[in-house]
Design a protein around this ligand. Structure first.
Ligand code: CP
Ligand code: NVA
Length: 309
């Protein structure tokens, strides 16, 4: 049994398979062709934080594959009344085939998985957001590569990360370390990425820049995220000041390659981490990126339950 708790839980070969399979599943979805490979399977989705994309993409994706979903939140389950995560995992995983969890610390999802009889998928933790990076890479491959040979176009590329050293940044580092591209990291001081969280094999997959403009120089992809992630709301006022120079605007995009893409996992705050003319401009692929959550996660769920098809 395989879980997807961090990006590194899939091998390079498995990642390539999931990307190619996602393109098949996407094509069938667009053609209204049935793809009921998960008929009679049930996914439990547990949300301890808010979500729009993660919920809709997993829920719609599961129905499209002939399966069913159970949606639980902290507020409407015993999770919010201190039932131990281990007990919850033992019970829930006896009744469903697959579990997706969005929660706070990675330790919680690790404990759930350790007590689960079925595969567990990370739908975002404080430390990682691996499903989002699957979607982001798939989107890059669609725009700049070939879904039959999905990993080739990633080799040697530069991804500029502008903003918080958060769950998204940690997961970008894991992907770069595995797939042979480089992340240029620029964060305000005090909000640096801690590379020990990503557990990198090599220090060559990232470079740190004080100046976000320099981080973007020559980049193939510029990406950012909210200044204040879920769970850190009490720091919002302090962060607004600290991050003021880490807004991806057209001057910053002009440092990158002329064909550079812009990505944002969403939700976005125009005028904070990204200027409206960038996120709504011609280099932005944020709507493809959001849609692709569903296609890659369908491929991922199918792979975790059925293996290669
Ligand atoms: N990008 C993402 O995970 O969005 P949601 O918080 O809406 O699920
Ligand atoms: N870093 C953000 C991502 C939201 C999808 C957060 O954790 O809130």
């Amino acid at each position: 049994m395989k879980h997807f708790l961090q990006f590194t839980d899939l091998t390079v070969d498995e990642l390539a398979y999931v990307f190619t399979r996602a393109s098949v599943i996407k094509r069938k979805f667009k053609a209204y062709e049935k793809h009921h490979t998960l008929a009679d399977r049930t996914l439990a989705m547990i949300f301890e934080k808010a979500s729009t994309r993660t919920r809709v993409s997993f829920e719609a994706g599961m129905y499209q594959m002939g399966g069913a979903v159970v949606h639980l939140t902290t507020g409407d389950s015993q999770l919010g009344r201190a039932e131990p995560i281990e007990d919850s995992a033992k019970v829930i995983s006896r009744m469903v085939d697959l579990v997706m969890i969005r929660t706070f610390g990675q330790d919680k999802i690790n404990s759930f998985a350790a007590n689960s009889r079925v595969p567990v998928i990370n739908g975002l933790t404080n430390e990682f957001h691996p499903c989002q990076i699957l979607a982001d890479l798939f989107t890059f491959i669609e725009h700049r590569g070939d879904t039959q040979h999905p990993l080739q176009c990633l080799h040697g590329k530069v991804v500029a990360w502008v903003g918080d050293g958060n769950n998204m940044a940690n997961t970008w580092l894991q992907a770069a370390d595995m797939l042979g591209f480089t992340v240029h990291l620029s964060t305000p001081s005090g909000y640096e990425v801690d590379p020990t969280i990503a557990g990198l094999r090599s220090p060559d997959s990232y470079k740190v820049f004080k100046d976000p403009m320099q981080a973007c120089a020559g980049a193939d992809l510029v990406t950012t995220d909210v200044w204040t992630s879920m769970g850190y709301e009490s720091e919002n006022a302090v962060r607004q000041e600290a991050f003021a120079d880490w807004c991806v605007d057209s001057d910053m995009m002009a440092q990158a390659k002329s064909n550079a893409l812009f990505m944002h996992c969403l939700p976005a705050h125009r005028g904070e981490e990204v200027a409206a003319d960038v996120i709504d401009g011609p280099q932005s692929v944020v709507w493809d990126e959001a849609e692709n959550r569903m296609h890659v996660q369908k491929a991922l769920m199918e792979y975790l339950l059925l293996g290669k098809q």
